[in-house]
Design a protein around this ligand. Structure first.
Ligand SMILES: [Zn+2]
Length: 318
């Protein structure tokens, strides 16, 4: 667990590292930026750096403190992550209590609040108390991809650290070089993930990704989609819908004249060009809209078989 493992975020990491070096990393921080680009990993590495036993080159990644932080087993690292659920006052009370105690065994207590936009008003207000006057040796790191959903009083008490996506061409290089992916896969993942390294790495091992061309082929030969993508989990169906959406976005953009290299599915240029000639802008608009609607319905747990059937009917109508 070292800072140089977070690729493409050199600018923000240099800010964090310079604060750490000058022993000025304390109080409240807000790590913001798109999902899956390394914010939480950076927060954990910061926690490791603050507690590392190697004074000269923290985090060393190998002392007992670094190893405990890596495994989320360090008593001075407190991570609040409720997924998509609200963060309530009960979740924050622990912070208020522990922040006023001395660190158990490390040098600093670090509180990471993931998806901080999920703090409800009551929880956010109670957090203000500790943000206003953070005790010494306490760092509170809020993580979010929706800073606009956090109340202003909380925002104004945090130092902002903004993470950004990598340029897609750069991510393609990173995936090819550091993860030994072939050119076509690296290109697809980099463009599909829109420059988000974490997302690209997560998708790299998805079985549906290997089936993306099969999804397109079935679609192009007008076979029912049902065979491929129902019976899958909600997440897999969601990925399949996104893959299909990426196809139509490509068709739309190629029709509008972008360079073919900018397409996500650059390995299917011939089919994309053919499709661009087949569909009108209006039809493409409708299809992309339908896929988006289906993804929304999926979130609401509408019967997935019915959903794919309806989407299929819409796709082949065009
Ligand atoms: Zn260490």
């Amino acid at each position: 667990m070292r800072f140089d493992e977070i690729l493409g975020q050199e600018r923000v990491l240099s800010i964090i590292q310079s604060c750490l070096k000058n022993k000025r990393f304390s109080g409240a921080y807000l790590f913001s930026g798109p999902e899956a680009i390394g914010k939480k990993m950076a927060a954990k590495i910061t926690a490791a750096a603050l507690n590392c036993q190697d004074e000269f080159n923290p985090p060393c990644g190998s002392c007992s403190s670094c190893l405990k932080i890596q495994k989320d087993e360090h008593p001075d690292l407190h991570i609040i992550q409720n997924g998509q659920a609200q963060i309530k006052i009960e979740d924050i009370r622990g912070i208020l209590r522990q922040a006023n105690l001395r660190p158990y065994e490390g040098k600093a207590a670090v509180f990471i609040i993931d998806n901080a936009h999920k703090l409800n008003t009551e929880a956010a207000n109670s957090l203000l108390k500790v943000l206003e006057e953070p005790p010494a040796n306490v760092a509170i790191i809020l993580i979010t991809h929706k800073p606009q959903s956090i109340i202003k009083t909380v925002l104004s008490r945090c130092r902002m650290v903004k993470f950004a996506c990598l340029p897609r061409v750069r991510l393609e290089e990173v995936l090819a070089k550091n993860y030994a992916l072939d050119k076509a896969t690296a290109h697809f993942l980099a463009y599909y993930a829109e420059g988000r390294l974490g997302l690209a790495l997560r998708l790299k091992d998805e079985p549906l990704l290997q089936e993306k061309n099969k999804i397109y082929d079935d679609f192009l030969s007008a076979k029912p989609l049902d065979r491929n993508i129902t019976g899958q989990s909600k997440e897999q169906l969601h990925t399949a819908l996104n893959i299909l959406a990426s196809w139509f976005r490509d068709v739309y953009l190629i029709k509008a004249g972008i360079s073919e290299q900018e397409a996500i599915n650059v390995d299917r240029q011939t089919d994309l060009l053919k499709a661009a000639g087949q569909y009108s802008y209006k039809q493409l608009d409708e299809i992309i809209w339908s896929i988006g609607e289906s993804a929304l319905y999926l979130e609401k747990n509408i019967n997935s078989k019915l959903l794919v059937h309806n989407l299929g009917a819409q796709l082949w109508k065009a």
